[in-house]
Design a protein around this ligand. Structure first.
Ligand SMILES: [Zn+2]
Ligand SMILES: [Zn+2]
Length: 138
């Protein structure tokens, strides 16, 4: 399916082609720190299926546990995370899109959880936490 996304300040927008049945939740500590949330959801697309429509992402580089260098794209105005990919000249790299920035996030229900060794202990148990619809003043 085609998805569309944009960062919070809307300077960067894009479209991509994804398989909607392949969203994953990632519990790794890098996702936790960089997203600011206990875990995040990701869906893959291919570099050739990703089309930047406006703006220019800024890149941040890190080393994964494998020792491989990873390229992480974000908006340098609002800080929204866009995708992660490999570094190198391999053709048609995989892009791990952050589903929270996609207009179709609701339709991309994760089917797999990864890096569960580092998940926060209460991550699987949020349904019983008290709920309110909105936060006044936020
Ligand atoms: Zn932005
Ligand atoms: Zn992760």
């Amino acid at each position: 399916m085609q998805v569309t996304g944009k960062c919070h300040c809307e300077a960067i927008s894009f479209q991509a082609e994804v398989d909607p049945g392949r969203a994953v939740l990632c519990h790794c500590t890098d996702c936790r720190v960089m997203s600011g949330a206990p875990y995040r959801s990701i869906i893959q697309t291919r570099e050739t299926d990703f089309k930047l429509l406006s703006g220019q992402p800024k890149m941040y580089y890190k080393y994964g546990e494998s020792g491989n260098r990873r390229e992480l794209a974000f908006c340098d105005t609002c800080g929204s995370h866009l995708y992660a990919t490999s570094v190198g000249d391999e053709p048609n790299r995989l892009f791990g899109l952050r589903t929270g920035i996609l207009d179709q996030c609701e339709d991309l229900r994760p089917t797999l959880q990864v890096w569960c060794l580092s998940e926060v202990s209460w991550a699987q148990d949020v349904s019983q936490i008290q709920r309110v619809d909105k936060v006044p003043g936020a």
